[in-house]
Write a protein that binds this ligand. Structure first.
Ligand code: DC
Length: 215
């Protein structure tokens, strides 16, 4: 069974997708993490976002350990370095390059094959796994999403101020939505859930109910 959970930055999709994966005992795939790892490598190696496809070539080596949700660059674990809004912003620039999106989607499909997955991102239900049995699109108000991101970054020990996080989220959403090819949109057959003021447990329960009803 394939479950696609999409939504904008800070909508709670990682928390929900991880919990759903745990309860159903299905592997969890965080697609944004690979965009972020690519962004990290581009900045580190001086590669322009437009040339991000090079990161799939030798000598660059980005590897995702799906079971552990850890990313490695040339054998070194870089997962902890990927959560900043700066990395997210470069990831969102790379995400506007259609050839990169096509390549990275092939990579995700090859990783999962015929197996089950709870995949989260921006296009898990539209382009990566258009045949997913369950498609969920999470939303929340901009302020709530910025507040969640702010709390998350602070908890990771980063120095952040709320206004900058809000501004970064608004800009990133706009870029993700306005890219001419593969713009970020809910799948037509996705179930929309507004998570503003709703607990994680409640959202998880709603997704699990959809699974029960549809499978
Ligand atoms: O989910 P995230 O914030 O970690 O994603 C970082 C950026 O990567 C996001 O702004 C857009 C891009 N992205 C994408 O375009 N498609 C995906 N499936 C996942 C991420």
């Amino acid at each position: 069974m394939k479950i696609a959970i999409d939504g904008p930055a800070g909508c709670g999709k990682s928390t929900v997708a991880k919990e759903v994966s745990k309860r159903l005992n299905i592997p969890y795939l965080n697609t944004g993490l690979v965009y972020r790892a690519t962004a990290y490598v581009c900045v580190k190696e001086g590669i322009e976002p437009d040339d991000a496809l090079r990161v799939f070539e030798k000598p660059f080596e980005v590897k995702l350990d799906v079971a552990k949700t850890e990313v490695f660059y040339r054998g070194e674990e870089i997962t902890d370095r990927l959560s900043s809004e700066d990395v997210g912003n470069v990831a969102s620039q790379i995400a506007t390059v259609p050839a990169f999106r096509e390549r990275i989607n092939q990579y995700f499909r090859a990783l999962v094959g015929d197996g089950s997955v709870v995949a989260e991102g921006r296009d898990a239900g539209t382009h990566i796994f258009p045949d997913a049995e369950i498609k969920v699109f999470l939303t929340a108000s901009e302020e709530e999403r910025a507040r969640r991101r702010y709390e998350q970054l602070k908890a990771q020990g980063m120095e952040v101020d709320f206004e900058s996080v809000l501004k970064a989220i608004v800009e990133r959403d706009q870029r993700d939505r306005d890219r001419p090819l593969y713009p970020f949109r809910p799948a037509e057959d996705a179930v929309l859930i507004d998570t503003t003021g709703v607990s994680v447990e409640e959202v998880v329960e709603r997704v699990l109910k959809l699974v029960e009803e549809r499978v």
